[in-house]
Design a binder for this molecule. Structure first.
Ligand code: BDP
Length: 724
């Protein structure tokens, strides 16, 4: 009996030791495992013999110190003691000139002149004739960002002997939008339920919230919208505000402010008023009182995000007022507290007899300059809706008198959910680097949104998050890279997709070159692969209606014409594509002349946007020499085949990464491969009913006939509420 008990105990301990070693991805890119490269380890231990930390007692500085201690303990087995003396030897000195006398030197203060409230310097230098590395900033926030940057250098095995980094964010408001509902479902969320446990708040503050805040801060995210843009008015009642305050208190040490999505009709729904008309005195008073109340709970509350008169949401137009009237109403209420309004330009209406892609521009362009100074208009990256590929939104560059905020979608609503490996930095960069020509060549979207093109002080960028209660936060181990990439690009839109992937892989998995180099290439190719097997050559919005799961280009019976895939591809016996040139909807005219001319001419229109702007004949000869039909087939087949290549590449990584994560990615890639063929076979056969041309020789036959794909049905697809 005793032996048996001992045996069971030993077994339990053994199992625990295995599961302790196994990595489920929960630590994200902040792993801080011991550095295995001997040379790097030795260098770091040599250069970091002492730590002098004095950054003041503010909460952000304390968080910075804790992070540094945690990082150094893990990476280097160093337990630095806080020490105010300058000990001889190689020393790490951290803080602000005010809080740390050692940093109160001309060298440091001169370097910090350009650093603002969030920037920092990291420098290998000499102070009082002694070698040291300093991490200095004007504020605790800056110190925190500096610490994360420094730890990243160690995690990615950089040489730190000659450090000379001066960095500060290009964009002020770097915000993660949660589309989380109060009952914990997540709109378009594919990683479980909402991490906000409203029921237990404010009494129980899950330590998960601290890990979440650390992750955001580590990539420079400084704001969080807690709830869905399709907002529940209850979020601004006292019942919820105390819960919101508990989250705000948790995030504050990490430099993160809390924002809320508000429902425009709240004065009626929770305020008992008869109207929500923005020009009504009582409504104005209601919002002012509400703002005062919110700030009484959360003194540094960030502001509101609003989706109005869009997809059934209430808004100022319900009362015959404009979007500017609506935004300014809320802006006035928040202004005394320095809060901002992020007013979304994602509007379209099926009652408007115009191309959906044109409607936001038509609506907002005339309002340029009419918004209060604490309003920023939030524009999606493309003119339709977070598609695998879209040209940049024509509002960028078209509203010089209004600060514009860029909205990306990190959650993969239209990109295979959390099953497909798609590295989105390439998509983000395509938009940020696009040239609007608003003020001549070089007027990139990045310059529009960082405020530099027009000299706006308010600048912002938002990403719709992909986070949920899944152990690894994002559903797919590689989806974490998209959260990471969003933050890094929000801080500095000039970073390359390659550099970001490199950092992420090293921090998350391994510094082993034989892993980093092939897997980085796989990530960099992944977005184009998905475009190829889903929506090549400028096709868009042909996924399952409402669920957005899988292909459904045949759907023509959705509630509104502009929710039907056939509205977007317009395939017929002559050809395929949406004519947005002068002979069609003329959406091209919304771009600056240089861009318009390029897109309008079939010969110069980039192949990747061809069917976005043109209805093209099936036998049209493409620049490759292929007919359009053959080119389309080629893209679909290449796309599906590329996932097989991804599988092979990943297959070689067995043993180079944690076994649990290896297996998880392997299984997800197998699903992706299957779904890529599903997309290919369904789309090619569907479009073939119009082209009536054969699939060229050499390609394998589709697995099932078209009818099979048309009849597929799926229930309880994640991301939308209820039965579907
Ligand atoms: C669409 C989503 C919908 C969102 C909407 C939005 O399908 O769930 O509410 O975007 O951004 O893409 O408001």
């Amino acid at each position: 009996m005793k032996n048996r008990l001992l045996y069971i105990l030993a077994l339990i301990l053994f199992m625990q030791s295995i599961s302790a070693k196994a990595d489920n991805g929960h630590r994200l890119w902040l792993k801080y495992d011991r550095i295995t490269n001997v040379n790097n380890y030795k260098q770091y231990r040599y250069l970091l013999q002492q730590l002098v930390f004095r950054a003041g007692a503010d909460v952000t500085s304390v968080a910075a110190k804790n992070e540094l201690q945690r990082g150094l303990a893990g990476l280097l087995d160093l337990s630095p003691v806080e020490n105010n003396q300058f000990v001889a030897g190689r020393t790490l000195i951290i803080g602000t000139p005010e809080s740390n006398p050692l940093l109160h030197t001309k060298l440091v203060t001169d370097l910090l002149v350009q650093s603002g409230t969030e920037g920092f310097i990291i420098k290998a230098t000499q102070l009082s004739g002694k070698n040291c590395i300093i991490i200095a900033a004007n504020t605790g926030n800056g110190v925190l960002y500096g610490v994360f940057n420094f730890l990243r250098l160690l995690q990615t095995n950089q040489d730190i002997s000659q450090l000379n980094i001066t960095d500060s964010p290009r964009i002020n408001y770097r915000i993660l939008d949660h589309w989380d509902n109060l009952e914990r479902t997540v709109e378009r969320g594919y990683a479980g339920f909402s991490i906000w446990n409203w029921h237990k708040l404010p009494g129980y503050v899950d330590p998960l919230y601290v890990d979440y805040a650390r992750a955001d801060a580590s990539v420079g995210i400084n704001g969080v919208v807690l709830n869905n843009v399709n907002a529940n008015p209850l979020i601004i009642t006292k019942e919820y505000l105390v819960k919101v305050a508990a989250l705000a208190n948790t995030f504050r040490p990490y430099g993160i402010k809390v924002y809320l999505s508000v429902r425009f009709s709240s004065p009626v729904e929770i305020g008992g008023l008869k109207t929500a008309d923005p020009l009504d005195g009582q409504v104005q008073k209601w919002w002012k009182d509400k703002a005062d109340e919110i700030y009484s709970y959360i003194p540094d509350f960030g502001g509101f995000l609003v989706k109005a008169n869009s997809e059934g949401q209430p808004g100022p137009q319900t009362y015959g007022r404009s979007h500017a009237d609506g935004a300014n109403l809320l802006a006035d209420a928040l202004a005394p507290h320095k809060g901002i309004v992020m007013w979304r330009a994602f509007v379209y209406d099926n009652k408007v007899p115009d191309d959906r892609a044109k409607q936001a521009y038509n609506e907002f362009k005339p309002l340029d300059g009419k918004f209060k100074s604490n309003v920023i208009v939030q524009v999606k990256n493309g003119p339709v809706d977070f598609q695998p590929r879209e040209p940049f939104h024509p509002l960028f560059g078209a509203m010089p008198g209004t600060p514009l905020m860029l909205e990306f979608q990190i959650t993969q609503e239209y990109l295979g959910f959390s099953t497909h490996l798609v590295y989105l930095a390439s998509l983000f960069k395509e938009c940020l680097d696009a040239d609007t020509y608003a003020k001549g060549k070089g007027s990139t979207v990045a310059k529009v949104i960082d405020g530099s093109l027009e000299g706006h002080k308010l600048s912002g960028i938002a990403g719709v998050g992909n986070i949920g209660t899944d152990a690894n936060w994002c559903g797919h181990p590689f989806a974490q890279a998209n959260w990471f990439a969003f933050g890094r690009l929000a801080w500095n839109p000039e970073l390359t997709s390659d550099a970001i992937a490199d950092d992420w892989l090293r921090m998350t998995f391994s510094n082993d070159e034989s892993f980093v180099s092939p897997i980085k290439q796989m990530m960099l190719d992944s977005r184009e692969n998905s475009v190829n097997y889903m929506t090549p050559l400028g096709l868009h919005h042909i996924m399952g209606t409402n669920t957005h799961y899988g292909p459904a280009p045949w759907v023509d019976n959705a509630g509104r014409p502009d929710w039907n895939p056939v509205y977007y591809h317009k395939a017929d016996s002559a050809g395929v594509g949406f004519d947005r040139t002068g002979t069609g909807s003329n959406a091209v005219a919304q771009y600056a002349p240089q861009v318009r001319d390029e897109f309008e001419d079939l010969k110069t229109c980039p192949t990747k946007y061809l069917l976005w702007f043109h209805h093209v004949k099936w036998n049209y000869t493409m620049s490759s020499g292929n007919s359009l039909w053959n080119e389309m087939v080629q893209h679909y087949y290449t796309g599906a085949a590329s996932v097989k290549t991804m599988q092979q590449t990943w297959g070689k990584m067995n043993g180079k990464v944690d076994a649990e994560q290896f297996e998880e990615v392997k299984q997800l890639l197998a699903i992706q491969e299957q779904e890529a063929r599903w997309w290919r076979d369904a789309c090619v056969q569907y479009f073939q009913t119009f082209s009536r041309l054969p699939i060229p020789a050499g390609y394998e036959k589709p697995e099932h006939p078209l009818d099979y794909y048309r009849q597929l049905q799926f229930h309880y697809v994640p991301g939308i509420k209820g039965y579907n």
